[in-house]
Design a protein around this ligand. Structure first.
Ligand code: PHE
Length: 456
């Protein structure tokens, strides 16, 4: 066996740093912005339950699979997958996992940066006290006027993309590790403060019930597809981001336990964000299905009424931007690593090129909120389409292929070597292998096929 001990891009310095990087990738706009608004759109409890089922039966097993391919291959996904396939005597055709992932990552980065730009804009609004003692109407109008100005949005989108390019060009370790050490715990604390505020509202119970009361009637096949798609999106799975990070994971770190930590933290942050947001929604008679603006229409209102809200509000959106930042770099890293490995260009050149392309495409999403808002396909704007295509189609498809590859085609000796070392297979190993080979692919297939059947 030709196991690689290290990668040309370097390794994370410890298990903790790997967890930090992977949590940095997983926790992002998906948790704080997207999870609450899709939960609102798809009716709450039943959606949340489905999401939790998908995290457990699909997300966690596939995350283990991604990390182990990455660590075995020690390169970018486009190179690691064929390397592992070769070692397993499987077809090189599996490289499609890497290519499809690169495409999905690129598309996601383009609109992700636009939304992260909103968070940056809100740092400014909150810091200047715009929302102090304001009404729900004022806060809603402020958001609408941001959407109506493509230049402002494009400006923040550009700033965010530059920040991503700066970090990835330097190599991930030097820039981000330090910032994340401080910021992730702070984000957590601020979320708790916000949940604390929500607890003081009379509508807390209503918000809580909305999130956790199951109502089966509400579970449409759309909702199930979106819940599954989101479990991929929120854990950064199906496109090779976590695989790329796995390639830099030291060989002695236990993969299984580490994955539980990552998924656990990610889910907790999402649920906390929901608990912070929905009571505010109901306290102000707002609609839970306000769509992508939900976060930006609710929390500023809460901050506006809190003592010290100007400071904490600005700080909160700084954290949202940071969480988005640490996710966005993991969207860029796999493709940059690939270009560097292929000797096409240096790391800074590759980063600038890819960042620039994603920025350009992002302008399409900027315009889809104003000038192009009427330009729709299947009732979806450019932004909606990219979001739907990536989260609900490309990521689940990528995840399905990863599960099939590791479950059925990767030589089991290699899998055991990564997961168990020299020890005998444990119960949790067998359980994981069973779920990954049968349950996860079947569930993904069933959900996608069910959705397609109802479509036609
Ligand atoms: N997981 C990130 C979030 O929840 C988004 C992301 C998806 C990042 C895919 C990397 C890869 O915000």
């Amino acid at each position: 066996m030709t196991q690689q001990k290290t990668s040309i891009h370097g390794l994370w310095s410890s298990r903790l740093i790997f967890i930090l990087a992977a949590v940095g990738s997983a926790v992002g706009l998906g948790n704080i912005w997207k999870f609450p608004y899709i939960t609102g759109e798809y009716g709450g409890g039943a959606f949340v339950l489905m999401y939790l089922v998908c995290i457990s039966l699909v997300g966690i097993p596939i995350m283990v699979a991604e990390i182990l391919i990455g660590r075995r291959g020690r390169q970018s996904p486009i190179h690691s997958v064929p390397a592992v396939a070769r070692e397993s005597g499987a077809s090189r055709g599996w490289t499609v996992i890497g290519w499809m992932g690169a495409l999905a990552g690129f598309l996601i980065l383009s609109f992700y940066s636009v939304i992260a730009g909103w968070a940056l804009a809100y740092v400014g609004y909150l810091a200047t006290g715009d929302f102090e003692q304001q009404s729900a109407e004022f806060v809603t109008n402020q958001f609408s006027s941001l959407l109506a100005s493509p230049w402002t949005m494009a400006g923040w989108h550009s700033l965010f993309m530059i920040l991503c390019i700066l970090v990835v060009a330097r190599g991930v370790h030097r820039g981000l590790e330090q910032a994340l050490r401080l910021m992730m715990p702070l984000l957590f604390i601020l979320l708790l403060v916000l949940v604390g505020y929500s607890l003081t509202l009379d509508s807390f119970g209503q918000g809580f019930a909305f999130l956790f009361q199951f109502n089966w009637n509400k579970l449409s096949s759309d909702a199930i597809l979106v819940a599954m798609g989101h479990s991929f999106f929120t854990l950064s799975l199906g496109l090779g981001a976590i695989m790329a990070y796995g390639a830099y994971m030291p060989g002695n770190v236990p993969i299984g336990r580490t994955v539980f930590w990552i998924a656990g933290i990610d889910t907790t942050v999402a649920l906390l964000a929901g608990l912070a947001i929905f009571p505010v929604v109901f306290a102000n008679s707002m609609a839970p299905d306000a769509g992508p603006g939900l976060l930006f229409k609710t929390l500023p209102l809460a901050f506006g009424q809190m003592p010290g809200g100007t400071f904490f509000g600005a700080l909160f959106f700084v954290m949202v931007a940071l969480a988005a930042w640490s996710s966005a770099i993991s969207l860029l890293e796999p493709m940059v690593a690939w270009l560097v490995e292929a000797d096409h260009m240096s790391r800074p050149q590759a980063t600038v090129l890819l960042g620039l392309l994603a920025w350009l495409l992002g302008l399409g999403s900027v315009l889809s909120f104003n000038h192009w808002s009427d330009l729709t396909l299947f009732g979806k704007t450019f932004f909606d389409l990219l979001d739907f295509l990536t989260a609900n189609i490309l990521l689940p498809l990528g995840g399905l292929l990863i599960a099939l590859f590791v479950g059925w085609f990767m030589r089991e000796a290699l899998v055991r070597d990564e997961l168990l070392g020299n020890t005998a297979p444990t119960f949790s190993y067998r359980l994981w292998r069973f779920v990954l080979s049968y349950l996860s692919p079947l569930l993904v297939l069933a959900i996608v096929v069910d959705f397609l059947l109802k479509l036609f």
